[in-house]
Design a protein around this ligand. Structure first.
Ligand code: ERO
Length: 311
């Protein structure tokens, strides 16, 4: 059998490999973004950007443990103007550049999106799901605010745009967000952000493991894979596969990527495993995914998308 094709197309944009970093993972500084450019990653995703430069929350604010990680970074980023200047240079790496847009207030999002769109990223990912800004709830859990915000951003961008959603834990909430997206359409979905406001405890020292918010933070890594897969599957079904999905959550092996594809993801982002392993993770995952697809007889990653069997 010939080698499986691991490329994919999302919203008309071709990705040479269906694997990339999750926003937040090793993608804040110019150096980190260029390292992603030089790596095997199929795209470069920026850290979510705000109007102003942010140092983020006090440290320790990231803690890996067996099975995952907890973070409360607090949106450390260079500020959107810096990313607007960087994006043209990043395009020299000949892979898609995805600008992740956030904000501390609703009106920040369109302001950032307007300028960043002009800088020419291939896609814009609007982050509706940051769990770590004290006093600011995740927008994705407020369906009216989400719809308002999607409309406002859509009106000022001329690039394909998608939304990064928080995990939902009830079919009523999947349906409510799907209804929002039917009224205010987007070009792709990134699912899921970290599982917000989790608490990891070190029983030895009897303390929390990160400093912000009394130890509460976003859970990532293998422990959230099942939640991520359920959200990918729920939204894939809600739109009968018509909106491309980028799966995020718990990807640490080629088999994890394969499961995301089966659930309905066209591509996959890697967070905790990238932070823990460095950019070499994309070579490893690409090799493992190729082997899984070969063994299963799939000619391409695209051929596996949504092929999950139900009983
Ligand atoms: O704290 C953060 O910077 C952060 N952490 C996450 O797990 N998800 C986010 O979306 C985010 C900030 C936007």
């Amino acid at each position: 059998m010939t080698e499986p094709d691991l490329s994919c197309t999302i919203a008309g944009v071709r990705f040479p490999l269906c694997l990339m970093n999750a926003s937040g993972a090793l993608c804040v500084t110019r150096e980190e973004l260029e390292a992603l450019g030089r790596s095997r990653a199929g795209a470069i995703v920026t850290k979510s950007m705000t109007l102003e430069f942010r140092k983020g929350n006090p440290e320790p604010r990231y803690y890996p443990f067996g099975g995952g990680s907890i973070n409360s970074m607090g949106l450390p980023n260079l500020g959107y103007q810096a990313y607007a200047e960087l994006i043209p240079a990043l395009k020299a790496f000949k892979k898609p550049v995805i600008a992740s847009v956030a904000g501390l207030a609703e009106d920040d999002f369109p302001e950032i999106a307007r300028t960043i769109s002009k800088a020419g990223p291939d896609l814009i990912e609007v982050n509706l799901s940051c769990p770590n800004i004290p006093g600011k709830p995740q927008i994705g859990y407020d369906f009216e605010a989400s719809e308002r915000l999607i409309r406002k951003v859509r009106a000022v961008v001329d690039r394909p745009m998608g939304v990064k959603l928080p995990p939902y834990f009830d079919p009523a909430h999947h349906a409510a967000m799907a209804d929002v997206l039917k009224r205010a359409p987007v070009d792709f979905l990134s699912l899921i952000n970290s599982v917000g406001n989790a608490l990891v405890i070190d029983p030895e020292t009897e303390t929390v493991v990160i400093k912000p918010k009394g130890g509460f933070g976003g859970l990532g890594g293998s422990v959230i894979k099942a939640v991520a897969l359920a959200n990918v599957r729920a939204f894939w079904k809600a739109f009968a596969g018509r909106i491309p999905i980028i799966g995020v959550g718990g990807v640490a092996s080629g088999t994890d990527v394969f499961e995301h594809l089966l659930a309905g993801a066209s591509a996959v982002q890697v967070g905790t495993a990238l932070v823990e392993e460095g950019t070499g993770v994309f070579d490893r995952l690409a090799g493992e995914l190729r082997d899984v697809l070969k063994k299963k007889g799939y000619p391409s990653s695209t051929a596996a998308v949504g092929k999950l069997k139900e009983l």
